[in-house]
Design a protein around this ligand. Structure first.
Ligand SMILES: Nc1ncnc2c1ncn2[C@@H]1O[C@H](COP(=O)(O)OP(=O)(O)OP(=O)(O)O)[C@@H](O)[C@H]1O
Length: 303
């Protein structure tokens, strides 16, 4: 899908997002990269300029009435009533859900409040909630009913470290119950710890997507050999003879790109040639390296 705003800005540019059922899909990208706009299109809150959306196998927004009850969403916080308590706000949302049994409304609200750690603050007015508590209430609203798919836009925004951990645990629990979760974040650690799949957005484009291990492993592994001052040059020659590239000597260490070579073969060749090997370490690129390589180091938002 593509979204061009009236200003002419293309916020989402030909994104084809594939979220497998049962996955916890981390939608990662710097501020302004188009994550929220993509999510809003998925949920039928804004129409794509071109392209089509399928949610749980059904076309959106055409089948929205059938599909949306099976989807829980946290997008820019639902409109809560400032003078009602957290519990009363949930009751209000629950009462407009035609599929919800009114006799069990109270239990549903209480369970959802407990799950997000708002049990003790259930009777406090919304306007007295902190940012993190408001965010938790938004999550509770998405959890009122069991859902097949949960779409959470920056769910840990404004949460303290405990809250962040709780959300992570909650997402894992939901996933183990079979719920598919699409979760956007600009926080790498959060995605790495909570997700099975990842999609990386930058400037409106989806640069990479797939299982985390595959996306993270896209870069180049490097090897660092610690030798002795008298054998380090020999070590560099051995690595070059093996066809390794980017060989660099620094002090008694030599580093190189590992490429297709196996670390054990490198070790054996070094020892055979008489290099005094004090240590050998292989560094594999992680998701952070891949993310920075794809989206750039810069701190400024793209536009
Ligand atoms: N209604 C709108 N009209 C015009 N431009 C918009 C509108 N909504 C978003 N944009 C622009 O589209 C781009 C993508 O914004 P979007 O909110 O989708 O990014 P995001 O990845 O969710 O960022 P963040 O992490 O900061 O929430 C931004 O440059 C933003 O200014």
């Amino acid at each position: 899908m593509t979204k061009r705003f009236r200003s002419g800005q293309v916020a989402v540019d030909g994104v084809e997002l594939l979220v497998p059922r049962g996955a916890v899909f981390g939608f990662l990208g710097p501020n302004g990269s188009g994550k929220t706009t993509t999510i809003r299109m998925l949920l039928g809150l804004v129409a794509p300029t071109s392209g089509a959306v399928e949610l749980l196998g059904d076309a959106m927004p055409g089948r929205a009435a059938d599909v949306l009850p099976r989807v829980g969403a946290l997008v820019e916080g639902p409109a809560f009533h400032p003078y009602l308590s957290g519990r009363a706000n949930l009751a209000r949302l629950d009462s407009v859900d035609a599929t919800a049994d009114p006799r069990t409304a109270r239990a549903r609200a209480d369970t959802a409040l407990e799950r997000v750690g708002l049990g003790a603050a259930a009777d406090k007015r919304f306007r007295q909630y902190s940012l993190g508590m408001k965010q938790r209430l938004g999550l509770a609203a998405a959890l009122l009913q069991p859902r097949e798919l949960l779409v959470l836009d920056e769910p840990t925004n404004g949460l303290d470290p405990q809250g962040t951990r709780e959300v992570r645990t909650l997402v894992r629990e939901l996933a183990s119950d079979g719920t598919t979760v699409l979760l956007s974040s600009h926080l790498l650690a959060e995605i790495e710890q909570a997700c099975s799949h990842v999609g990386i957005m930058s400037r409106g484009r989806l640069l990479r997507q797939g299982p985390i291990a595959e996306v993270g492993a896209g870069g180049v592994s490097t090897v660092r050999v610690s030798a002795t001052p008298s054998t380090v040059v020999l070590a560099a020659q051995v690595l070059e003879r093996m066809g390794l590239t980017g060989v660099l000597v620094g002090g008694a260490d030599v580093t190189a790109e590992l490429g297709d070579a196996a670390a054990e073969d490198v070790t054996a060749a070094l020892v055979r040639s008489g290099v005094a090997v004090r240590g050998l370490a292989v560094t594999r690129p992680n998701l952070e390296d891949t993310f920075v390589a794809l989206t750039g180091e810069g701190f400024d938002v793209a536009r």
